[in-house]
Design a protein around this ligand. Sequence first.
Ligand code: FA5
Length: 312
Amino acid sequence: MSPEERKANGPLFNTLRDRVTEAIAARKTELQTEALNARLASERIDVTLPVRPEPQGTIHPVSQVLDEVTAIFADLGFAVAEGPDIEFDDYNFTKLNIPPDHPARQMHDTFYVAKQGDGSRHVLRTHTSPVQVRTMLKQKPPIRIISPGRAYRVDSDATHSPMFHQYEGLVIDESASLANLKWVLEEFYKAFFEVAQVELRARPSYFPFTEPSVEWDLRCDRSVPGRIVFGQGNDWLELAGSGMVHPRVLEMCGIDSGRYQGFAFGGGLDRLAMLKYGIPDIRPFFESDLRWLRHFGFAALDVPTLDGGLSR
Ligand code: FA5
């Protein structure tokens, strides 16, 4: 265009350019709004729904049984106490009336941890009984605790694992007796095996930290191969070690044995899981085989409670 033409048409073209720019911007906003609305419609979620329609994964039988045992003892008024897996030799043995060089140390095939700088020695706890010591050292009677947890022994076959689980019970007050212990165990086994009645048989036993010491067998029926019915029949199943806490243990833990007395008991959690849920071998418990876990595992959202049902 000549300079004159440019002068005349310039404003016209400027106006045209502005209108085109505006139209493009308007259309762009419109398309963006449409795209956002389409995305919001397609990605809409109901936040009140569970994250997944089907929970993935299952609860391990040991965790299930641990929750069941805790629920039952909580109902009986027991608090849960804990202790570390790596324990002082003193708490695992000496304060439980098993001094160094005592032959009872050979009853436990112990994993020892290297000596500390001060010469003291730690062990992987061979049972949950050191939690008794820890509890008595920091709490005055009355004491009523249950302590489920891991224990370790140099031991491995179909019913023994180097790492396994135990539960420990301890009751200390001015009058706790063997009769009370028997009642507690009866209530526990009734609730745990979900039967109306159980019968316990006491056998004299030996644990250095209890005197007298008693082992308990539960009446059951094993006449049909592969099946156990609890509370009836002519067979007996060994279930728990127990006894009256040795006065020397009370004294070593700072409790006046002239005034206080009590009972302790303990058994294998894995063993309870095997019995209740018909699992023949302990070794796959700790192999993390997903097929085994899916077969023997429990629904992830079912929390065992006494009124809601332990295993259903
Ligand atoms: C004890 O460990 C005592 N502390 C129990 C006790 C507590 C007695 C309080 C008195 C008062 P024992 O060594 O018998 O006792 O072990 C108890 C249970 O642990 C056994 O019956 C068994 O069910 C389980 N257990 C022991 N070793 C293993 C293992 N290697 N694998 C799986 N379970 C085991």
